[in-house]
Design a protein around this ligand. Structure first.
Ligand SMILES: CC(C)(COP(=O)(O)OP(=O)(O)OC[C@H]1O[C@@H](n2cnc3c(N)ncnc32)[C@H](O)[C@@H]1OP(=O)(O)O)[C@@H](O)C(=O)NCCC(=O)NCCS
Length: 150
């Protein structure tokens, strides 16, 4: 993902979330040197993307999105495999993320990948009508010696 992809990324982001990232959020992530990766089709149309920040021995997944019209075709699984490969390459021993308590689709994918709940951030996300929603903090333990994808 580069700056000149951001108009197309934002168009997906705004359709995928009730509370989308802004252009500034993506721009800041690129400036900060985050891993920001697009999944594209043969025509170079964007199917989905992820943004992840590397730490000392951990990687933090900040954004994982599949365009609404391309969901339920396995693209999130493919993006997760790519995030995990990035984390292993660091090498990181943990892949961390936050997910909305009510995001059953994403929670299901993360559980299948082997993520475990390690914490909860009360009222972390904005929600409808001025309310707030808790985040679950999930961790995938990575064996530095292994190349297998969960
Ligand atoms: C969550 C999201 C990334 C899933 O993307 P996806 O490409 O549809 O996921 P996949 O096709 O790889 O599906 C993987 C698994 O997720 C679950 N899943 C995906 N879509 C689902 C749906 N509509 N209903 C129920 N389960 C669903 C299933 O377990 C599925 O496995 P299966 O279909 O093989 O049984 C996508 O819905 C999305 O971008 N949502 C909006 C943004 C978001 O919530 N991102 C995560 C923030 S933490």
């Amino acid at each position: 993902m580069r700056e000149d992809d951001l108009a197309r990324v934002l168009a997906i982001e705004q359709r995928a979330y009730g509370f989308p990232w802004t252009q500034g959020n993506f721009g800041d992530s690129l400036q900060a040197g985050c891993e920001a990766v697009l999944r594209v089709d043969a025509q170079d149309d964007i199917l989905g993307y992820f943004v992840a920040m590397a730490g000392v021995d951990e990687m933090h997944l900040l954004n994982l999105t599949v365009a609404p019209e391309h969901q339920r075709k396995g693209h999130a699984r493919a993006l997760m495999a790519a995030v995990i490969a990035c984390a292993r390459a660091l090498p990181a021993t943990s892949l961390l993320l936050e997910v909305r308590l009510g995001n059953a689709r994403a929670r299901d994918i993360y559980a299948r990948c082997g993520f475990a709940e390690i914490g909860r951030r009360p009222r972390y996300y904005p929600a409808a009508h001025g309310a707030r929603e808790d985040a679950l903090v999930l961790r995938l333990a990575l064996d530095p010696g292994s190349t297998a994808t969960p």
